[in-house]
Design a protein around this ligand. Structure first.
Ligand SMILES: Cc1cc2nc3c(=O)[nH]c(=O)nc-3n(C[C@H](O)[C@H](O)[C@H](O)COP(=O)(O)OP(=O)(O)OC[C@H]3O[C@@H](n4cnc5c(N)ncnc54)[C@H](O)[C@@H]3O)c2cc1C
Length: 474
């Protein structure tokens, strides 16, 4: 472990900054911070440091610059591209944001909330709800992920259709720069064209340009009515038919539109306690559709019914089940949110987080499934996700009875197949989970020289000693 210029060890200096109880060095204490939920990344670290303020983070980053110590910020540790896990060198120190966990203020009239980076997303949603408002960011990991991580990954989730990505929910940020300076940009202004919009640089930067310590976020009125339904469709193309009607009739009231194949429903029914087939007969594809209204339950219900009826008349919807209670609507959502997790029970899976122009999603599903099945006979495609945003989690479960390790070893080949199709369609190989360590090499193949050069210039300008999340993104 490095020493500072005065010969004091970095660990001793970290203890001075945050206190002995917040520098974790025992293996059993560090373990939860060193692997992510799928177990794909396992890292090694001399210590996990748990500061409680921007001032402490500033002191840690100054020390890191003095001593050339790499720092890896971690919020909820639900990231899916390995950015929050230290590498195997044993040099990288994990900086956990979990003690910065206060909601500083909620302003229902001004429709803003100020929260520290370590606030768990679900706690943030609840704080907004207590003030009679809505914080719309919503994703399967919301019980664990933290707002600092959501901002740093520009998380998407299930409500992007109506409210946009995390980027469109952020009004101001407080950030500690890699060199240790604290930038207080906690302004809650809707309009501010006074020069470069610096906060945008840190949103989606995956902890490579600074550590987000707090944010001013937008709140919205809570819809007074909401209807959730499962619609059965013949194909992804038919699902787009329903999307067209729902958009036309519900407009911005269409708050979610999530596609799932039959195999996903079967996996849920088999492995998720309490999950039930949403419709009496099986269908090849399903859409979970949510319509919200400011004019009450009956309006949301009416808009949903009219959307479904228009699609039924056209033959694009075969059947539908509308949730008749809040509990049933929650059950529908629980099934959708459990999908990433539930695939684990079916063995290994090779995953993609991609987006294409919405009209091309059916082609992507068909071409990708065919090409991967040709390479690996028996592979089980499980493409699901945010069809309304053209964003699919295009996952492949191993053939039944196959060797999981051997299947996973073919991940680079499968990624190559899927990403080639996505790129040919003008899509993105990293729609919402980011680049991290997982896709860093792929970035070189999909960004132009000038884009890569601008990214490298930014990184060098903010982090001249390359101490913050080195080897991630760029
Ligand atoms: C079941 C499941 C479902 C998911 N569904 C979605 C989904 O629908 N949409 C979606 O977008 N994502 C989804 N994700 C991915 C993940 O939840 C998001 O990327 C989330 O935003 C990460 O937040 P986190 O707090 O866990 O961040 P972490 O995993 O701790 O960190 C993620 C990245 O941000 C950096 N970072 C963390 N905190 C900070 C900070 N304060 N300042 C600077 N850098 C920081 C880390 O170094 C890392 O590079 C899902 C994950 C799971 C497990």
């Amino acid at each position: 472990m490095a020493e500072d210029p005065a010969g004091k060890s970095v660990l001793a200096r970290l203890v001075e900054i945050v206190g002995a109880g917040h520098v974790l060095t025992a293996d059993e204490d560090k373990a939860p911070y060193l692997t992510e939920w799928r177990g794909y990344y396992r890292g090694v670290t001399p210590a996990v440091v748990r500061p409680a303020s921007a001032a402490e983070i500033s002191a840690i980053l100054k020390l890191a610059n003095e001593t050339g110590t790499p720092i890896v910020p971690q919020s909820g540790n639900t990231g899916l591209v390995g950015g929050q896990i230290p590498d195997e060198s044993g040099r990288e120190i994990v900086l956990s944001l979990e003690r910065l966990d206060k909601v500083r203020s909620v302003d229902a009239d001004g429709a803003t909330i100020v929260a520290e980076a370590g606030v768990v997303l679900e706690r943030l949603q609840e704080a907004a709800e207590r003030a009679g408002m809505l914080f719309p960011l919503s994703l399967g990991a919301q019980g664990s992920c933290r707002i600092g991580g959501n901002i740093s990954t520009n998380a998407g989730g299930t409500q992007v259709l109506a409210y946009g990505n995390t980027r469109s929910l952020v009004l101001g940020l407080e950030v500690v720069l890699p060199t240790g300076e604290i930038w207080n940009g906690l302004r809650g202004l809707i309009k501010d064209n006074s020069g470069y919009d610096l906060k945008q640089l840190f949103i989606g930067a995956e902890g490579t340009l600074g550590i987000v310590t707090a944010a001013v976020l937008k709140l919205f009125p809570r819809p007074s009515g909401q209807t959730v339904a499962f619609a059965a469709v013949e194909s992804p193309r038919a699902a787009l038919g329903l999307l067209k009607h729902a958009r036309k009739l519900a407009g911005t009231g269409l708050t979610a539109f999530e596609l799932m194949p039959r195999i996903a429903i079967e996996m849920l029914v088999k492995h998720m306690p309490g999950a039930r087939d949403p419709l009496a007969a099986p269908h090849p594809w399903y859409v979970l559709i949510e319509v919200s209204s400011g004019r009450g339950e009956s309006d949301a219900h009416e808009l949903t019914l009219r959307s479904l009826a228009a699609a039924l008349a056209e033959g694009t919807v075969a059947d539908a089940a509308i949730a008749t209670s809040v509990a049933q609507a929650q059950d529908f959502w629980r099934m959708r949110h459990a999908l990433s997790e539930i695939q684990k029970h079916e063995g290994a899976s090779i995953k993609h987080d991609v987006s294409v122009p919405i009209e091309r999603t059916p082609d992507l599903i068909r071409l990708g499934s065919e090409a991967v099945a040709k390479a690996i006979p028996g592979v089980r495609p499980v493409p699901f996700g945010h069809l309304g945003d053209g964003n699919l989690h295009f996952n492949f479960s191993q053939p039944v009875g196959a060797d999981g390790k051997a299947f996973l070893a073919r991940a680079p080949e499968v990624h190559g197949i899927v990403h080639r199709i996505v790129t040919e369609m003008g899509g993105s190989i990293a729609a919402e989970h980011g680049i991290g360590r997982y896709k860093r090499e792929l970035l070189k193949g999909v960004k132009s020289e000038i884009e890569l050069e601008m990214m490298h210039k930014l990184k060098r300008a903010f982090d001249p000693n390359n101490i913050l999340n080195p080897g991630r993104v760029v």
